[in-house]
Design a protein around this ligand. Sequence first.
Ligand SMILES: N=c1c2ncn([C@@H]3O[C@H](COP(=O)(O)OP(=O)(O)OP(=O)(O)O)[C@@H](O)[C@H]3O)c2ncn1[C@@H]1O[C@H](COP(=O)(O)O)[C@@H](O)[C@H]1O
Length: 102
Amino acid sequence: MSEEHAEQRSENVLDELAAVIADRQAELPEDSYTASLFTHEKGENAVLEKIGEESTEVVLAAKDDDDALVAESADLVYHLLVLLAMEDVSLDELRAELRERR
Ligand SMILES: N=c1c2ncn([C@@H]3O[C@H](COP(=O)(O)OP(=O)(O)OP(=O)(O)O)[C@@H](O)[C@H]3O)c2ncn1[C@@H]1O[C@H](COP(=O)(O)O)[C@@H](O)[C@H]1O
């Protein structure tokens, strides 16, 4: 999907975000946080650490009945989508797995 297309708003924000992440992975623009994750010297470990941190923040926000739960969950989902892209797993594969469990 082209950058222009990926940046458009769509009904499905997860597909939209996955498309932007794929674009950053392909283009590696210098000013992009997402691209920095793909070019980080620690590579995937940096993203795994981030997922660990964000998971803990979700747990703490839930325990404290904190307003931050939605924002922390969004951080976690974003970093999980980056990890799936690194591992070459598409959102469709995740959807298919969830669908199979229904
Ligand atoms: N959804 C996100 C998103 N969620 C979190 N983050 C970034 O994740 C980083 C880490 O979050 P933290 O809460 O740990 O913040 P921090 O402790 O200050 O960050 P670090 O020092 O640990 O890196 C922050 O820099 C956030 O800005 C995100 N960065 C990008 N996106 C999406 O990705 C798109 C492309 O972004 P760029 O790649 O930056 O162009 C954006 O338009 C958004 O839709």
